[in-house]
Design a protein around this ligand. Structure first.
Ligand code: PEP
Ligand code: MG
Length: 576
């Protein structure tokens, strides 16, 4: 029995047989070419690029259908990399100047790229090395005519690999994968993202030993909660884990009782529990998990699907109409384009900025680009007659911005009226509160909108000056911080004092410890990852609003995030 420790990337425990995916062997000969052969090699390289693009487009469509827009966007990034002049020119000049074959030139350029990125001290960029490796591998396979390793599975297995490339993962039959375990990877690697999307347990970053000790068909345990893999477990350990699995299954089954129940406290306070989505088909997961609608539709993923052009008004209208119809009368809050920051949009060609989160982002871009904003607003309005759609502006920092956004919305309404196109005239309009200035001005802003939704992912980073994507400051980025909680309370109170409803759609909304606090703040709705919905419904129903208020009084006097967390943990009613 061998135990390996890594990172828990997707929760759940599984026992099964291992299926190994080994790196493909590509043989390169290192002979020099003749000067007159360079043109032919460049032609072979161009042909490989064209073929690689065709393959990637097919995979992107598969990913879009099987997984969702977020994963499909990875392949749009691959296409962009294949157009990168540094890569293309680098290969061509190596062929010309060093008189080497196209495959040797690709191999060297890709290796240099990877070395350069791996040296950077940035987890996100390191995770992107997998994309470059994937592209390099694809080009080399095409240039050398090497057969691909078959990653098709014919029975349920646990996938063991160095790291799965985005193309591998998008093509796998998810129904046959019990779990993933990979040698490299981080929580933000594609294997991890995919596993969480599909609800498959995964442990990553297990180290080189993984591929040394596991052989095809070995019995292994993957514990995606703690990032542990046990190879060839002895009977006692196996029994122990089987008991844990049984408990997890019971827990999942038990929670399904909340699917059709509302989240209502013992003394009758009802909070709507919703799911966040980034693509139309993600609405299915929300409904399956008992979500009462979607409090956040991140529309930017629709924009990321095509690297050449922005989605037309018509394309957007069809997506918003489809989601409204899927939700069948349940509320869907459509957030207008929130691009910039860490989300790039190829078709917009945004310049690199030193502080992208503090820069040209979200509503700032939309207010500057009527040609982008107006079609989106028209599309949302047109789709509003097919269900309960609401419109929400991201990253509002103050009243002037809000008024400008409302001005464009009214213009869009006027245009549709003139064109005699139907729309819901009194569609509800809200703003995300994710900038501290907006939280402090909530009382003023509340007078001009129908609702607020607190985006804690950004509110935390802007309040605590801690980049939400920077591993090095992850300790400083903490949603239990008293300053964050105070701002949230200001917003919730301002909303209610002005007679509007308030929700939360950042990650903190589904935090099991914080739920009683949200009860005490009387949130009207909480929108979270689909997988958190059932548990949130249960926890809320274990509390009374009165008890939650008593706890809240204590928590709001705490001076540190640690103290807040301790108070919440010791009051937790969750004994599952
Ligand atoms: C947030 O900031 O909390 C939010 C929900 O928006 P996003 O994560 O898309 O920035
Ligand atoms: Mg945000």
């Amino acid at each position: 029995m061998i135990t390996l420790n890594g990172i828990g990337a997707s929760p759940g425990i599984v026992v099964g047989k291992a299926a190994l995916i080994r790196d493909r062997e590509i043989e390169l000969t290192h002979e020099k070419i003749m000067p007159e052969e360079t043109a032919q090699e460049i032609e072979r390289f161009d042909a490989a690029i064209t073929k690689a693009k065709e393959e990637i487009k097919v995979i992107r469509d598969q990913a879009e259908q099987n997984i969702g827009s977020e994963e499909a966007a990875v392949f749009t990034a691959h296409l962009m990399i294949l157009d990168d002049p540094e890569l293309v020119q680098g290969v061509v000049s190596k062929i010309k100047n060093e008189l080497i074959s196209a495959e040797n030139a690709v191999n060297e350029v890709v290796k240099n790229y990877i070395e350069m990125l791996s040296a950077l001290d940035d987890e996100y960029i390191k995770a992107r090395v997998a994309d470059i490796e994937d592209i390099g591998q694809r080009l080399l396979l095409l240039l050398t005519g090497t057969e691909k390793t078959n990653v098709e599975l014919d029975k349920e297995t646990i996938l063991i690999a160095k790291d799965l490339s985005p193309s591998d993962t998008a093509q796998l039959n998810a129904d046959l994968i019990l779990a993933f375990a990979t040698q490299s990877g981080s929580r933000s690697s594609h294997t991890a993202i995919l596993a969480r999307c599909l609800g498959i347990p995964a442990a990553v970053g297990l180290g080189e030993k993984l591929l040394e000790v596991v052989t095809e068909g070995d019995i292994i345990i993957v514990d995606g909660n703690d990032g542990v893999v046990i190879v060839d477990p002895d009977q006692t350990v196996l029994k122990d884990y089987q008991r844990k699995i049984e408990m997890e299954e019971k827990e999942k089954l038990r929670l399904t009782e909340y699917k059709h129940k509302s989240a209502t406290t013992a003394d009758g306070l009802r909070i709507k529990i919703m799911g966040n989505i980034g693509a139309v088909n993600e609405a299915d997961a929300v409904l399956k998990n008992g979500g009462e609608g979607s409090g956040l539709f991140r529309t930017e993923f629709l924009y990321m699907e095509n690297e050449e052009s922005l989605p037309s008004e018509e394309q957007q209208y069809l997506s918003y109409k489809a989601v409204a119809e899927k939700m069948n009368g349940k509320e869907v809050v459509i957030r207008t384009l929130d691009i910039g920051g860490d989300k790039e949009l190829a078709s917009l060609n945004l310049a690199c900025e030193e502080n992208p989160f503090l820069g040209y982002r979200a509503i700032r871009i939309c207010l500057d680009r009527e040609d982008i904003f107006k079609p989106q607003l028209r599309a949302i309005l047109r789709a509003s007659v097919f269900g309960d759609l609401k419109v929400m502006f991201p990253m509002i920092a103050g009243l002037e911005e809000l008024r400008k956004a409302l001005y464009f919305l009214n213009e869009a309404k006027q245009e549709l009226k003139n064109e005699e196109i139907p729309f819901k005239h009194d569609i509800e309009v809200g703003i995300m509160i994710e900038v501290p200035s907006a939280a402090l001005m909530a009382d003023t802003l509340a007078k001009e909108v129908d609702f607020f939704s607190i985006g804690t992912n950004d509110l935390v980073q802007y309040t605590l000056a801690a980049d939400r994507n920077n591993e090095k400051v992850s300790a400083a980025y903490n949603h239990y911080h008293p300053a964050v909680l105070k701002l949230i309370k200001i917003v919730a109170d301002a909303a209610h004092n002005n007679g509007i409803w308030v929700g939360m759609c950042g990650e903190a909304s589904g935090d099991e410890l914080l739920l009683p606090l949200w009860v005490s703040f009387r949130f009207d709705e909480l929108s979270m990852s689909s997988v958190s919905i059932l548990k949130a419904k249960e926890i809320i129903s274990l509390w009374s609003a009165k008890e939650a208020e008593l706890l809240s009084e204590k928590v709001l006097t705490a001076d540190t995030a640690t103290e807040v967390k301790q108070l919440l943990a010791s009051a937790s009613k969750d004994n599952s």
